[in-house]
Design a protein around this ligand. Structure first.
Ligand code: PLP
Length: 416
């Protein structure tokens, strides 16, 4: 018998740093410890009422394919959403034929990178980055070139640093705003500065706006909704928006997203990829279309809740000796510096060796969110997708865990 061989691409595809510690969490559970998950961006808030009602209403006798680009009515409604947001205020209005409905924002990212790059090309990503950018690039034989952002600079992205990282085969800059994992929000001016670099060097500017509504302005220093790259009139050929209903409507399992671009050639190429996978989800598109009618007060309630959680978490973290973090301005994540040399060893310790009254916390070590070796070693990403009472409990557990880790016997330290 001759064993079939995995592709190098398959065998070397990077494991998700968010899920890598799962076996340790299973171990914690097996020793009877309750694990609070701060490591995964699965919102706990109820899916918006409009979507839940639409799922109940669905009564077609056949769950059929939809058009590869998504239902026309849904794309029309989405165009109304983008134009109503003012996202397209700076440029020509968005129309339905510039919107491609995808299976989550994830597929939109895959199509966008595949359309921008050939194998051997590279994309620029700002580290710490959303790790699936690297996963998709790897799948496509595309190299990820990191541009480092720093907590001390509020994880801002200086255009000059981006320019300096461009190489001969760089084809696109991929940026989330609001950011995962940093919570940083790009102002209109910051977007324009990055856009200018993309124009100058002929790069696609792939802007991941899936957290657009989750913004926390102070005294009007940011708009209520994160500025969109669609509002930059001179980027019509460069700008690609990645979007999703997952976070906005607390509906990660719906698997509906979209890609928006005014570049007709880019759109046509993405559509050919979309035709190969036939169709985005049918029932979920009905629900996603209903989501656009969600009452403003319901959306506001969700955003305000995340803001209260952020405040509780940031204040609580900063009150723990040696812990620091910039205030995230959007999304529901933050990156915190911990007083440890190796955050992965500490997170493992919390799961395997520690508990406070039968409870512990699971966080994502941030090293896996960086491409530069050694970066983020003392950092963790925390997602604030738990209620405030539980978050407060997590802070107590973290404080006790850090104290226990600092006081642990040397032999235990070696065995971690
Ligand atoms: C920044 C960012 N982009 C895209 C996605 C993809 O989400 P989905 O495929 O559920 O739309 C996520 C999910 O966590 C994300 O955080």
């Amino acid at each position: 018998m001759v064993h079939p061989k995995l592709s190098v691409r398959g065998a070397t595809s990077p494991a998700s740093p968010i899920r890598r510690l799962m076996p340790h969490a299973d171990f914690a559970r097996s020793r009877g410890v309750h694990v609070h998950h701060l490591n995964i961006g699965q919102p706990d808030l109820p899916t918006v009422s409009t979507m839940r009602a639409a799922y109940q209403r669905f009564a077609e006798p056949v769950v059929a394919y939809s058009p590869s680009q998504g239902f026309a009515e849904y794309r029309e409604a989405l165009a109304g959403y983008y134009n109503g947001l003012g996202a397209a205020a700076g440029g020509p209005a968005i129309n339905a034929d510039q919107i491609l409905v995808t299976t989550g924002g994830s597929e939109a990212l895959l199509f966008a990178i595949a359309t921008a790059c050939d194998p051997g090309d590279s994309i620029l990503v700002v580290e710490p980055y959303y790790t699936n950018y690297r996963g998709f690039a790897h799948m496509l034989g595309v190299e990820v070139v990191p541009v480092t952002s720093f907590a001390s600079e509020g994880f801002s992205i200086p255009a000059e640093r981006v320019r300096a990282a461009i190489r001969a085969r760089t084809r696109a800059l991929v940026v989330p705003t609001p950011g995962n994992p940093t919570g940083a929000v790009l102002t209109h001016e910051a977007l324009a500065a990055l856009g200018a670099v993309c124009r100058e060097h002929g790069l696609f500017f792939i802007v991941d706006e899936v957290y657009r509504e989750f913004v926390y302005p102070e005294d009007g220093d940011l708009p209520e909704v994160a500025p969109s790259v669609l509002g930059l009139p001179d980027l019509t050929q460069h700008a690609i928006v990645i979007d999703s209903v997952s976070k906005r409507y607390s509906a990660c399992g719906a698997r509906v997203g979209c890609l928006v671009t005014r570049n007709a050639y880019f759109y046509a190429a993405c559509l050919r990829f979309a035709q190969a996978r036939l169709s985005p989800p049918t029932v979920d598109q009905h629900a996603a279309m209903a989501a656009l009618e969600t009452p403003a007060a319901e959306m506001r309630g969700m955003i305000d809740e995340y803001r209260r959680r952020r405040d509780l978490l940031v204040d609580g973290l900063r009150a723990i000796p040696g812990v620091s973090c910039p205030t995230p301005r959007g999304a529901f994540y933050l990156v915190a510096d911990l007083p440890v040399d190796d955050a992965e060893a500490f997170c493992t310790f919390l799961l395997r060796e520690f508990s406070l009254e039968g409870e512990t916390v699971m966080m994502a070590p941030a090293e896996g969110f960086y491409a530069t070796p050694g970066k983020g070693r003392n950092q963790v990403r925390i997602a604030y997708v738990l209620g405030r009472e539980r978050l407060a409990r997590c802070l107590t557990i973290l404080r006790a865990g850090l104290a226990a880790y600092a006081a642990r016997p040397r032999s235990a330290a070696r065995s971690i």
